[in-house]
Design a protein around this ligand. Sequence first.
Ligand SMILES: Nc1ncnc2c1ncn2[C@@H]1O[C@H](COP(=O)(O)OP(=O)(O)OP(=O)(O)O)[C@@H](O)[C@H]1O
Ligand SMILES: [Mg+2]
Length: 445
Amino acid sequence: MRIIKSGNFYSVDAFLSDFSGGEHDVQKINPAAIFGSAEYGDLILYEATPGDDDGNMESVIREKERVGARLVFMVPAESNEEYITSLERLGADEVIKMPCEYETFSAALKKFTPVAGHTGAREEFGIVGNSPQLDFIRNFIKKVAKSNIPVLIEGESGTGKELAAYGVHKASLRSDQPFIPVNCGAIPKELLENEFFGHEKGSFTGAINDKKGLFEIADKGTLFIDEIGEMDPSAQVKLLRALETGKFMRIGGAREIKVDVRIVAATNRDVKEEMKAGRFRKDLFYRLSSILIKLPALRDRREDIPVLAEYFLSHSRVNPEEAFHKKISKEAMEVLSSYNWPGNVRELLNVIERSVVLSEKRIVITKGDFPTHLTDAGETQYDAEEKYPEITGQETKHGPFMAMMEKRFIASALKYNGMDKTKTAAAIGISIANLYRKIRKYNLE
Ligand SMILES: Nc1ncnc2c1ncn2[C@@H]1O[C@H](COP(=O)(O)OP(=O)(O)OP(=O)(O)O)[C@@H](O)[C@H]1O
Ligand SMILES: [Mg+2]
């Protein structure tokens, strides 16, 4: 945890160095510089004296509220109750009279390093989680960010592709230049080229002015091309050329424009499959995928589930003050840990935020605060959709019976593997092509 200390009580410095033991990062800051200095989860220690400059007090309160930090006021020993109460009303989490004993100080601070997982989550670039997969990814991002080589990020919906893309930008030498995201899935195909490359006045009806494309807007920065699998082949050609030469022409333009843009692309499709099906150009794929970041599904790194759940709780946007003090019951945490999370981290985030609201004033979040489909585990979507008849022993036809069993088997395997076809095929030992055939045959998509 980061502790920001502002003020003179020097005796505290000794406590802090002792208290930190390597776990906390202590920063000293001038009271006037407090605004804009804190981040999520920080603890602010602030010296307050009766008759203080109101401006500074306002700044520190705003800072606490801005990022949901904890705030401890250190006040002189002679401060009266009235003053202490006024600070608590302002929004202090704790007020300590100075000088104080080490025990008093550490007891106060320990309140803000609660045991139940509020700390200990590893985080960088907003990517939270303690699984070895995420450790690897955070390191990998740092390693590749400094070059200008394109990056392709693959992962199911909600696994954090956009976070990772932004991480690449933030860790790069371009971090103070623009990061421009564009979602190919959200723009009609026929407008994509115009969006990327812009046009020159008069190049088509309606082109009444010159228009810069995103490539020009992102010059010197990073262009994040989301859902690149949605881009049609003609736009892919132009993109590839721009990638290779750093140059392109606006629609209807006669001169080449040179730009310096780092491309980060993302997709939740299996691009290799798309390539085989001829929907994605091989040359573009190879160009983009020299650095490939594969974000694992949440169910493949289950140790991140409790870490993320606690993290989302302590950083809740719905009701930060209340949520911070809430805890997830053991039983509820087990429900979260065993659910399959087809919507990955986004789904978990939504479930936690919803539970903050539904648990109202209760401190403990229980499984009743979760949507029911999390709790009726075992009852898969397919089971629910079609109950298979009991096997009665009176079945007469072998063929239809076997087909029914096979359908059920494949449906469960798909569900278990989060509808990931590559994984399902590997898990049940059939080829991916064969799996596709069966999915079509049994209408399991
Ligand atoms: N490891 C993580 N730590 C913290 N928050 C995360 C993590 N992974 C994802 N999130 C959060 O989950 C939500 C979804 O993440 P993001 O938008 O990056 O996913 P995505 O892979 O781009 O999804 P989609 O394919 O649907 O666009 C965001 O609110 C993001 O902040
Ligand atoms: Mg996304």
